[in-house]
Ligand binder design. Structure first.
Ligand code: SAM
Length: 289
């Protein structure tokens, strides 16, 4: 079945899987609809049932729970499909934030979608969006890379692969690797502006921003800044516009008397080694003034 089919058609009398976001720190960020859904479903699949107990108690949710984590997710799919077929409604939650986002749930959602079951989101917090909303880095285009490799060599390699990307880069990072991660970032992209968002929505929420070296210094010098959960955001690569010397401008101006901008820019690029694109842009500006 393709995604274009309405899932309702496959199992008209079956239950629905609700993918429910939970808070990333502050329980009061839980939405009314999320509470109601968790109270009303027949079963809650949770990444760690013990961990989620505090949230359940806080909101007086007494629904039975079933563990669903990376080691048993595949095996749970049939079991959950049977319960949905029997008409039960089921919720999926993770320890914090939105399920599937660096958390279990992808295999289950993919499996149930392929089987045509109803799946409905109950949106709420996710650390990525929460962090981006206060970073002051470009948000018109960003990419999310989850957790970085744990070994320094592989991490640096990842940064090298991403160094030319022009969009804001977003990563999750843990407390025991944040310093090493920033050191690796500094070695690959030393002049980038970055933002680290720590312990969002919690008591010790801190947002540090600046060039990599300055932020690294702050984190190295203050042990408290190395504790908790982090989102690391890195400004995208900015295009280098080369400086056009006055000699190059004179030559280009002279050529523009006789040639179209494209050809003139090409000749000056060959003579001077400057980027044709920058010269062409300058040539167009001259034509328009
Ligand atoms: N599913 C979650 C979400 O939607 O954000 C993410 C789960 S992932 C296993 C946990 C990571 O998310 C942490 O290591 C940290 O990088 C980030 N994170 C979660 N809560 C956070 C918070 N309150 N402040 C900063 N980062 C957080």
């Amino acid at each position: 079945m393709t995604q274009n089919h309405k899932p309702q058609d496959a199992h008209p009398s079956s239950g629905c899987l609700f993918v429910v976001a939970t808070p990333i720190g502050n329980f009061d960020d839980m939405s009314a609809r999320a509470i109601q859904t968790l109270q009303q479903v027949d079963l809650i699949c949770a990444e760690d049932t013990r961990h989620s107990q505090r949230l359940m108690q806080y909101f007086s949710i007494h629904t039975p729970m079933l563990s669903l984590h990376e080691h048993n997710e595949e095996a749970r799919i049939e079991q959950i499909a049977d319960k949905l077929t029997a008409g039960q409604n089921i919720a999926l939650i993770s320890d914090a934030g939105t399920p599937l986002i660096s958390d279990p749930g992808f295999k289950l959602v993919r499996g149930l979608r392929q089987k045509g079951f109803k799946i409905s989101p109950i949106p709420g917090a996710s650390a990525i969006i929460t962090a981006l909303s206060v970073a002051g880095l470009a948000t018109d285009s960003f990419s999310f890379w989850g957790f970085l490799p744990s070994k320094s060599g592989a991490r640096q390699q990842k940064f090298e692969q991403l160094a030319e990307h022009s969009e804001t880069l977003v990563f999750y990072e843990s407390s025991h690797r944040i310093v090493a991660c920033l050191q690796d970032l500094q070695s690959v992209m030393p002049t980038r502006n970055i933002v680290i968002a720590r312990e969002l929505t919690k008591t010790f929420e801190t947002i540090l921003s600046g060039q990599v070296e300055a932020v690294l210094q702050q984190v190295e010098q203050d042990g408290d800044q190395q504790k908790g959960e982090f989102v690391l955001m890195v400004q995208g690569a900015t295009e280098q516009v080369s400086e056009i010397s006055s000699d190059a401008k004179k030559l280009l101006s002279a050529l523009l008397e006789e040639l179209p901008p494209n050809k003139a820019a090409k000749i000056v690029a060959n003579v001077t080694g400057l980027k044709k694109k920058d010269l062409y842009q300058w040539a167009l500006e001259q034509k328009n003034t």
